[in-house]
Structure formats: C-alpha cells, structure tokens
Design a protein around this ligand. Structure first.
Ligand SMILES: Nc1ncnc2c1ncn2[C@@H]1O[C@H](COP(=O)(O)OP(=O)(O)OP(=O)(O)O)[C@@H](O)[C@H]1O
Length: 333
C-alpha cells in the first residue's frame, strides 16, 4: 500500500490556527548515569509543555493498515491522556511536563501506536506538532522495566536531535523506577562501553557499530523509531544505514517512521521500512504556514541567479531576509 494513493479513512476537525514555533526539547533531568553522562550538550531548555495542544490544530488524515478497523471505535482517537490507559508513573510524567491533553497528531497517533498487537506507523509530522512526545509515550508504555536490555531504539539524523529526544524521554519517564536511557552517538570515551538501557537513542552509524561489536544485545528489542526520515534520506548513506540497523534487529518489531515531508522517495522508503503501517498525514493545506507566501522563479543558468535576485529585491520592500544556498561557497557570491 502506498502512502500517496489511498483515500484517508478519517479526517479530523478543520485547522484553526497556525503551528507554534519549534520549542527545544528538555534536557536530561533524571536518569541513571549513562544517559546523564551522554547528554552533556545539545539539549535545550526544560520542556515544560506548551500551549501546543490548545493552539495547534492540524487536520490529520489517517489511513489504517487494517481496513477492517473501526474508525468509530473510541480507541481510534483520544481526546484525553486518561483514555489511553497509561501507567500512573507515565501519567505523572506527562503532567510534570504540563501536557493537559494530546495534540492533534497525538490524538490520532497514540491510540494506534498503543493498540495491541503493535502495528507499524508512518506519520507525517512537522516540527513542533508533538511527535517526539507521541513516540516517546509509546516507547515508555511498552518497555518492561524489569528487564535491563535494549527494548526500544530511536534513530535520528543528528547527534543533537538524538540528545534532544533522549531529554524528552527522560523527562517523561522521570517517575518510572529502573528506567535507563542511553545515547548511542559518537563518543570517544565509549570504548568497551555496554549499551544495556531499555531505550537507546542514537545516530544510525554509531548504532550499527555498537550492535556489530555486540556492545548491545538486541534480542529484546520491540520498537524501532526512525525520526526525520526526510532529513535522513537527504544525507548520503543514512537511509541505507537505518535499513542495515533494522536488519540487525528482530524481524517482528513495531516500526514507526516520522517525516516532515513525504516526497516520493520518502514514501517509497517508508513503505519498505515500515511495511503494512497505519499512515498519518497532515492535510495538504496545512503544509505551509499561514501568512507566508511561497513563489518560485525558474532560472535557467546558475550565473543568472544573482542578477535575478537583485531584480527581485528591486521589486520588493524587504526589511531583512535570509537566503539559503546549497553550497557554502555560494554564500560568498
Ligand atoms: N500534548 C501536549 N501538550 C502540551 N505541550 C506539548 C504536548 N505535546 C508536546 N508538547 C510540547 O510541544 C513542543 C513540541 O513537542 P515535540 O517536541 O513532541 O514536537 P515535535 O513534533 O517532535 O517537534 P520537533 O520536531 O521540533 O522536535 C515541546 O515543547 C513539547 O514539550
């Protein structure tokens, strides 16, 4: 089943407000030593919730892997965290983060993520929509704290993102006794280190190294999350590395893939990586931010770009602007 060519099963209420700005995630607050030590930099300010759930209304389209599933089932959408039957410690964690109710994407994603038997998920989610919290909650609900072995793995395209995700999971899981989270990112002091935390968050190359060197036992692994798949595929070789990591894990684990955008190559990759998944996409009209006009000029030759840009600026009144270029050298033109 392709993410692009199927009709949505259900559409949520229309969008009302534009997305909030990205908020940095929480730094590590509580943890066993490895995670705390690994999280020395890169994490943002404490994530004490946001008005996300109140202000951000995305239209989320849902396509179920199992077409027999009943969209009228109350489990299909969760208007409150209470409906999700979460453990008390997890609910305390969510409250400590100041989350009062699920954001739109969480409302749709959480019942499907938490449903048993576990089903794969492919979800489109822009920055700041609450996806990290969504997959973190699924992970924390599913791991068995009595087993000290990796049970969930999150792959991120950069170490900074990995550290941020780790911070969110730690924050959310702060009341779960025995919870251990480790960063699996390049670390010069990691020689001989064992990765036995229930949750590993890392970059694909380092994770592959760790597993190959048998520094992590993957036999208990039951959840694999790939965050920012589009960014992953934009970086040479990272998509392939994720696939190689996946092949080193037990075959029947719940695979969850998030991507801000769904160009054809990401859809194709996602469908291979997370087969038979429930698919959540943001409605098309929500993809650009309200108040921002987008237009493009097709310029035949590279050398004409600068002159065209000057003409363009001549036509517009702009106080300030940012120009993104592909190569560092082009920024000096
Ligand atoms: N249900 C909720 N209620 C209130 N705040 C929330 C809720 N879910 C997430 N947030 C907060 O909203 C912000 C963005 O959430 P989160 O980091 O999960 O989003 P994201 O989609 O992963 O964004 P990014 O890609 O920028 O990391 C964070 O500050 C988080 O603490």
């Amino acid at each position: 089943m392709s993410a692009a060519d199927e009709k949505p099963v259900e559409t949520a209420a229309p969008a009302e407000e534009k997305p909030a700005e990205t908020t940095p995630k929480a730094p590590a607050t509580t943890s066993d030593e490895p995670a705390a030590a690994d999280q020395g930099d890169g994490a943002g300010i404490p994530g004490n919730g946001s008005s996300l759930a109140d202000k951000v209304e995305y239209k989320v389209e849902v396509k179920l892997a199992d077409m027999q599933a009943d969209p009228n089932n109350p489990l299909f959408s969760a208007a409150s965290f209470e409906e999700l039957n979460l453990s008390e410690d997890l609910v305390r964690g969510i409250r400590a983060m100041n989350f009062r109710k699920p954001s739109k994407i969480q409302e749709k994603a959480l019942p499907l993520l938490l449903h048993n038997p576990p089903t794969n998920m492919i979800a489109q989610s822009q920055s700041g929509t609450g996806k990290t919290a969504a997959f973190s909650l699924n992970i924390l609900s599913r791991i068995d704290l009595s087993i000290l072995a990796p049970q969930a793995l999150v792959l991120a395209p950069s170490r900074e993102l990995a550290r941020q995700i780790l911070g969110v999971i730690e924050h959310m899981g702060q009341f779960m006794k025995g919870l251990k989270i480790q960063a699996a990112i390049p670390d010069p002091t990691a020689r001989g280190k064992l990765y036995n935390a229930q949750v590993l968050v890392g970059t694909p190359g380092t994770v592959m190294d760790i597993i190959r060197k048998r520094a992590a036992d993957t036999r208990q692994m039951k959840i694999l999350v790939l965050d920012e798949a589009d960014n992953m595929l934009d970086q040479q070789g990272l998509g392939d590395q994720c696939t190689r990591v996946q092949k080193l894990l037990p075959p029947k684990i719940q695979t969850v893939l998030f991507s801000a955008t769904f160009p054809p190559q990401v859809i194709e990759y996602a469908n291979r990586f997370a087969a038979n998944a429930n698919v959540l996409t943001l409605a098309h009209e929500e993809l650009t931010i309200e108040g921002i006009k987008q237009l493009y000029i097709d310029i035949g030759a590279d050398q004409d770009k600068y002159a065209t840009l000057l003409k363009f600026y001549g036509l517009m009144t702009q106080a300030s602007s940012i120009i993104f270029v592909r190569l560092l050298s082009l920024s000096n033109v």
